[in-house]
Design a protein around this ligand. Structure first.
Ligand SMILES: Nc1ncnc2c1ncn2[C@@H]1O[C@H](COP(=O)(O)OP(=O)(O)OP(=O)(O)O)[C@@H](O)[C@H]1O
Ligand SMILES: Nc1ncnc2c1ncn2[C@@H]1O[C@H](COP(=O)(O)OP(=O)(O)OP(=O)(O)O)[C@@H](O)[C@H]1O
Ligand SMILES: [Mg+2]
Ligand SMILES: [Mg+2]
Lengths: 256, 256
């Protein structure tokens, strides 16, 4: 299968990492073979699995700047079929160092060739920018999930992310599709949430996942215990909503 | 006075814009002369005052790449003593274009010389990164406010922002100080919030502002009406907390 999915949105703090970590874990719990790649120098997805990025010598940074293969970099997690390609601060240098590299947009795509068939799903958690790291993710990916926080400012940048995806589709990766829009931190009691949902459904039509991810304290507590929500608080609304989203993602992937 | 304050945190979505917009408005309401500079290509601070960045020809981008002065770029707002230096998507190009410019770190500082005495407070809203735009803000500023969301991931990157501030202080701007740490989106009912507040106070000691900014729906609704909270919902907890924070910022500025 080797479904490669990038989690992208240049707006900061909108739930990219929370979505990447919990989708990966929700698919792994039902024995799908999953790889989570942390492409953010903040290394939140790495920390979300309790891995201390600061003490690791081989991270995704080394993947970009040396000949080391992915197989030598992935780290097992407490979930049997889930592996993480960790990140740390050194990745900050990559945005600048990639600029002068030949086929700089294709580095991640080429390296992923080696492991594509070893995993059913490969998720790439992206930083809050549309620089060369995110471009590498969009070139390597088959599809994109865009988490959208139900807030006014979160609506402002949607045109840009769609623009970039179309640019990449027309230049480097003709098979790139939008897998779906994930509405997150949903609080149906507020007008703002309902208004944002209406606007997003207007704009993206049937691309919007049916599963809504509620604002749920367990989702923000879980990373402080180094666990995805399904392990930290498996009966919580947050954990269950990501299980439902994972089912939807898997069902859509099998159809395409 | 001309107190130049940068609002900085590379972690995304932690309340930088909300803090910049509402501090600026809270000081302007009591007749302080205030300039808000939007240094983020997402242009959320611009949208927060109902200004449509897409239709403006002269923005902060032109400030960096041409000889135009700040006086020709500032836009009045519905608040008599508050002006905005707007942004839009064109600013995305600046991060790359600045790389080869002479004294690229000092461009904003030099341009601000012209207007420093026309304002009591100048706030600079920064993007979620520590690139050349944020460096320009840190070189131009006298002090920095770091908003910290009461979440686990928000703690991860604190070492980095403090590191950058010290680097700038030692190289380009010896008078740069931390004006304070603003704890935002506080919900005292949760363990996570109380834990984060404890850790932040441990790390930053008396640099933490006494005013806590609660999570308050009016703060996230206000930008959809193009107004700061003090004009949209003046009696809300959110608006009042920023009034208190503004008082604290002003008091500290007069002492130093
Ligand atoms: N559904 C939710 N309910 C409650 N809290 C959430 C939810 N989703 C995310 N959070 C919290 O909101 C904050 C932002 O989420 P997250 O870090 O996943 O966003 P991000 O888009 O990855 O941020 P960045 O742009 O910095 O990479 C985190 O502290 C996270 O724990
Ligand atoms: N105290 C608060 N209560 C409720 N919502 C808030 C509060 N502060 C900010 N928000 C909302 O949280 C979201 C993130 O805040 P904001 O956009 O100000 O963060 P930022 O750090 O400027 O983000 P970016 O990194 O993208 O620039 C916004 O939708 C905002 O309306
Ligand atoms: Mg993230
Ligand atoms: Mg902002």
């Amino acid at each position: 299968m080797g479904e490669i999915i990038a989690i992208v949105n240049q707006k900061g703090g909108v739930g990219k990492t929370t979505t990447a970590v919990n989708l990966a874990a929700s698919l792994a719990i039902s024995r799908n073979r999953v790889l989570l790649i942390d492409l953010d120098p903040q290394a939140n997805a790495t920390a979300g699995f309790g891995i201390n990025g600061k003490i690791i010598t081989h991270t995704v940074y080394e993947l970009f700047i040396s000949d080391v293969g992915i197989k030598d970099l992935v780290i097992p997690t407490e979930m049997k079929t889930l592996y993480v390609l960790p990140s740390n601060e050194r990745l900050i240098g990559a945005e600048v160092e990639l600029v002068d590299m030949p086929s700089r947009e294709f580095i991640l795509k080429k390296k992923l060739e080696q492991v594509k068939d070893d995993f059913d799903f490969i998720f790439i958690d992206c930083p809050p920018s549309l620089g060369l790291l995110t471009v590498n993710a969009l070139v390597a990916a088959k599809s994109v999930i865009i988490p959208i926080q139900c807030e006014y400012y979160a609506l402002e940048g949607l045109g840009r992310i769609v623009g970039i995806i179309n640019q990449i589709k027309n230049s480097f990766n003709s098979s790139l599709e939008i897998a779906g829009i994930a509405l997150v931190m949903v609080d149906l009691r507020t007008n703002l949430t309902r208004e944002v949902i209406r606007e997003v459904k207007n704009y993206f039509q049937d691309k919007v996942f049916k599963t809504l991810i509620p604002r749920n304290i367990r989702l923000s507590e879980a990373p402080s215990f180094g666990k995805p929500a399904i392990l930290y608080a498996s009966f919580s609304k947050g954990a269950r909503s990501y299980l439902n989203l994972a089912k939807e993602v898997k069902r859509n992937a099998e159809k395409s």
